[in-house]
Ligand binder design. Structure first.
Ligand SMILES: Nc1nc2c(ncn2[C@@H]2O[C@H](COP(=O)(O)OP(=O)(O)OP(=O)(O)O)[C@@H](O)[C@H]2O)c(=O)[nH]1
Ligand SMILES: [Mg+2]
Length: 186
């Protein structure tokens, strides 16, 4: 962190699949930093350079604020509860006042470093691969992969030659076929 360009906020995206612990981790990280706990893996903390940590208003009002207070209260409640699964993106700005390092550190005052922590629903990760694909391309890829798997081959063989099949055809074969509503043929 001492090597970052001072003044430029750090955007910290916490990533992981759904239910992997992102929201709990972010809540815990913020609580630890605000309470002045020593975090050995965080160099600034291990070197005892954090003079102060505090929450700041967000720079971007169009993105929801990470509801740190509610998540923390849930974890501390009697009985404690885990957060609900995250429905949308949210951010929180944490500001650290850091003692400078280097030769001239004795001459410089503390510097402020903003960290914008981003939380989002883990299931979005699985959707990233869809961003550049049309529905037809995605269907073709899935069916191609299914055909190579023992449990998928029967399903693929049962499908009509013309794809994607109509909802009526799926129902008459006891299959659940999904496609965007706008494109559904009866
Ligand atoms: N024992 C233990 N369980 C945890 C911990 N952190 C998370 N969990 C479990 O993992 C579940 C998911 O945690 P979240 O932080 O909500 O996971 P997430 O990655 O934000 O999930 P999404 O919002 O669905 O993407 C919790 O409901 C707990 O059951 C932890 O530190 N210890
Ligand atoms: Mg979450």
């Amino acid at each position: 962190m001492s090597d970052t360009v001072f003044g430029a906020p750090i955007r910290l995206g916490v990533t992981g699949l759904a239910r992997s612990g992102k929201t709990v981790f972010i809540t815990s990280l913020i609580a630890n930093l605000l309470s002045g706990a020593k975090l050995p893996q965080f160099v600034a903390s291990a070197q005892d350079r954090i003079e102060l940590a505090y929450l700041n208003p967000q720079p971007n009002d169009t993105i929801a604020r990470f509801d740190y207070e509610t998540h923390l209260a849930q974890l501390y409640a009697h009985p404690p509860t885990w957060p609900d699964n995250t429905k949308g993106i949210s951010t929180l700005r944490l500001t650290l006042k850091l003692r400078p390092t280097g030769l001239l550190s004795g001459l410089r005052g503390a510097v402020e470093e903003h960290i914008d922590i981003v939380d989002y629903p883990g299931e979005w990760l699985l959707d990233l691969g869809l961003m550049d694909k049309s529905y037809e391309e995605w269907s073709k890829d899935v069916l191609h992969r299914m055909a190579n798997r023992s449990f998928g081959a029967d399903y693929v063989n049962a499908l009509p030659a013309k794809l994607p099949p109509s909802r009526r055809w799926c129902q008459s074969h006891g299959l659940i076929c999904w496609r965007p509503l706008a494109q559904t043929s009866e």
